[in-house]
Design a protein around this ligand. Sequence first.
Ligand SMILES: [Zn+2]
Length: 110
Amino acid sequence: MNPVKWFLKQAFPEHFRTEEEREQAKIEIEKIQYRARYGIVNSKLKCKYCEEVGSVHYRRVYKKTGFSTGKAVAGLITGGTSILATGLAKKEGVAKFYCGNCEMSWEGIQ
Ligand SMILES: [Zn+2]
C-alpha cells in the first residue's frame, strides 16, 4: 500500500470503508505501539529464559546517569564553559530486551 495512504488511514480510521479495513488498521496501530514500547523483533536473538529464537524485541535506550560533581565544580571555576562543553549528566546506552513469547524483559549491553 502507498505509505501516504496508509498513514492517512492510521490517522483517520473513521474514514475507513469496511469493517475489515478498520480491523486491519487496528492491528497495524497496535504493532506500532508495541514496537515503540518494546522495540523491533530481532530475528537472530534468542531469549535467555525460554530460548525461543525470533521473539525477542530489542531497543536501545539512553538514560542520563547521575550528576557529576567534578564537572560542576570545573564548570564553576571556568565560568560555566566546561558545562556547556561536556554536559553535567553523562548519557549511557543500555540495550533493552523483551521476549514476546514468555514476556520476560531484561537489560544488557549490546
Ligand atoms: Zn522468552
